[in-house]
Write a protein that binds this ligand. Structure first.
Ligand code: NAP
Length: 295
């Protein structure tokens, strides 16, 4: 089962637009996948082991764990591969670390999340809610906003496709936004910067608005606003937190078992549908973690 991740698009640009090397023409794309070991020369990963690893988009792949740039995650016996890639997968873990270690919300603060109805964003928003914050989710379209309020129990939402984000933030947050978990960048990042509170924190998880563009992701237009506000902007990658992944997954399991989390997986069928499924990330046609089952 393969995960469609927006960042794969960055590797299709010229070198320098991705943290990984650019994809090579006529070579398979490589991304995260849920796999079963069929042959092994590594005692740590015997035949039959189920793993979440970085793998090429192909039916059979040679995985070299020590040389992999992404962590190799074991799927516990009592966990489905779908859950290991969905609610307990890489995006949820990125949401966990980005929210708790980078944005660092405090009880009672107002936290904004962009891309809030997506795989990463919905988890980030709920983690802030679990930590006693008032959460405002920004998403595209009324049905995603409704799901955020009613399904994920997020206090307020802004539909960036039909509302003026900066004006709505000014109305909803007269004291300013304390922490922002940004998946989108561009005009949405600018709208939050325009409404950021003094000593606000901005965790840069992704900048999806720029992935399909010919130019790299722009920053906010007036950096002095961040100077005057003593605002911290910090990017991160899940791979910065590898030693703590098991602890984070245990905490996600605990919250899920306590009924604190909802998570949507959007599972498509068929290897041939990988490219069209991947493109849905950029039109918003995915409903949660986008996975493609190939066997
Ligand atoms: N730093 C890390 O380690 C890390 C790890 C995982 C993911 N990420 C980042 O997290 C973000 C979300 O990834 P995901 O896998 O969870 O995908 P996702 O949020 O489930 O799906 C992508 C969503 O992005 C929104 N979108 C697409 N183009 C947009 C645009 N031009 N403007 C505004 N919104 C747009 C769409 O939602 P709407 O319908 O609401 O527009 C779409 O459904 C990406 O930026 C990704 O690179 C970072």
């Amino acid at each position: 089962m393969f995960a469609c991740a927006p960042t794969l698009r960055n590797g299709m640009n010229e070198p320098g637009r991705s943290y990984a090397a650019s994809a090579t023409l006529n070579e398979p794309i490589a991304g995260m996948a849920g796999v079963e070991v069929l042959q092994s020369r590594n005692d740590e990963y015997p035949v039959g082991a189920r793993l979440v690893v970085r793998s090429r988009w192909e039916d059979f792949s040679v995985i070299t764990p020590d040389a992999s740039m992404s962590p190799v995650l074991r799927v516990p016996n009592d966990m489905t591969i779908e859950d290991a890639m969905g609610i307990y997968g890489m995006n949820s873990l990125a949401a966990y670390f980005g929210m708790l270690r980078v944005a660092r919300p405090r009880r009672g603060e107002t936290v904004v999340v962009s891309g809030a109805a997506g795989s990463t964003g919905s988890m980030a928003a709920q983690i802030a809610r679990i930590h006693g914050c008032r959460v405002i989710g920004i998403a595209g379209g009324q049905s995603k906003c409704e799901w955020l309020r009613e399904g994920a129990r997020i206090s307020e939402t802004i539909d960036y496709k039909s509302e003026d984000v900066a004006a709505r933030l000014a109305q909803l947050c007269p004291e300013g936004v304390s922490a922002f978990f940004d998946n989108v960048g561009g005009t949405i990042l600018q709208a939050v910067v325009d409404n950021i509170a003094r000593r606000g924190r901005i965790a840069l998880c992704g900048q999806i608005a720029a992935y399909n563009s010919d130019s790299s992701a722009p920053g906010p237009r007036d950096m002095m606003k961040l100077v005057y506000g003593a605002v911290r902007i910090e990017g991160f990658l899940l791979s910065d937190f590898i030693p703590d992944i098991e602890q984070a997954r245990t905490e996600l399991v605990k919250w899920n078992n306590a009924g604190e989390l909802v998570h949507r997986v959007d599972v498509r069928e068929g290897f041939e549908n990988l490219p069209s499924s991947f493109l849905d990330l950029f039109s918003g046609a995915n409903a949660g973690t986008l996975l493609v089952r190939t066997v």
